[in-house]
Design a protein around this ligand. Structure first.
Ligand SMILES: Nc1ncnc2c1ncn2[C@@H]1O[C@H](COP(=O)(O)OP(=O)(O)OP(=O)(O)O)[C@@H](O)[C@H]1O
Ligand SMILES: [Mg+2]
Length: 163
């Protein structure tokens, strides 16, 4: 772990459970209209992290890999939804539109996206970017980077609970 800048936090996790646990802490802090973009190669741990976010968000449903469903919805007790998108298979903007991504991003909801590179043109600049890196069999690097004041507040609150 090293704090490089105010808008960046880095971690190294040693197991999938540890990555999920970090996600859970972020999930407790997420608010409607927050956008979290999960970058990283296949197997980097994006879904492991997202599963924790879902748990922290307070859904009664488990966050499973949305690889084949593209969009999963996790409603909280108060009805507000956390959307979990996996955009890996999207080939074009038209493809993305058919997933309903525009409505999802317009809704008063929290959104986290795996493979956000595929839908970058739909996304606002203000978001929490998370870069996951496969560094060893059970070791992953996570870099959280706040873009904009709202994400910075989220990151600041996360810093208080994450260590
Ligand atoms: N420290 C770690 N953090 C996260 N996952 C880990 C870690 N160590 C091992 N793993 C394993 O790596 C795999 C991560 O898979 P996961 O589905 O989360 O990746 P992903 O980034 O979502 O990939 P994809 O792009 O295919 O959706 C799992 O099998 C998990 O058990
Ligand atoms: Mg995944």
């Amino acid at each position: 772990m090293a704090i490089l800048r105010n808008d960046v936090i880095e971690f190294v996790t040693q197991s999938a459970e540890q990555t999920t646990r970090l996600g859970r802490k972020l999930g407790t802090l997420l608010q409607p209209d927050d956008l979290v973009c999960l970058y990283g190669d296949l197997g980097a741990g994006k879904t492991a992290f997202a599963r924790g976010v879902g748990a922290g968000w307070g859904t009664t449903l488990r966050v499973t890999s949305p690889t084949f469903t593209l969009v999963n919805e996790y409603p909280r007790a108060d009805g507000i939804i956390l959307y979990h998108l996996d955009c890996y298979r999207l080939q074009s903007e038209a493809d993305a539109i058919t997933t309903g991504i525009e409505d999802i991003l317009d809704a008063r909801a929290a959104v986290m996206i795996e493979w956000p590179e595929r839908v970058e043109t739909f996304l606002v600049a203000e978001r929490l970017n998370i870069y996951l890196r496969h560094s060893d069999i059970n070791r992953r690097g996570l870099r959280l980077e706040a873009k904009g004041g709202r994400a910075q507040q989220l990151l600041d609150r996360f810093r208080q609970v994450a260590f």
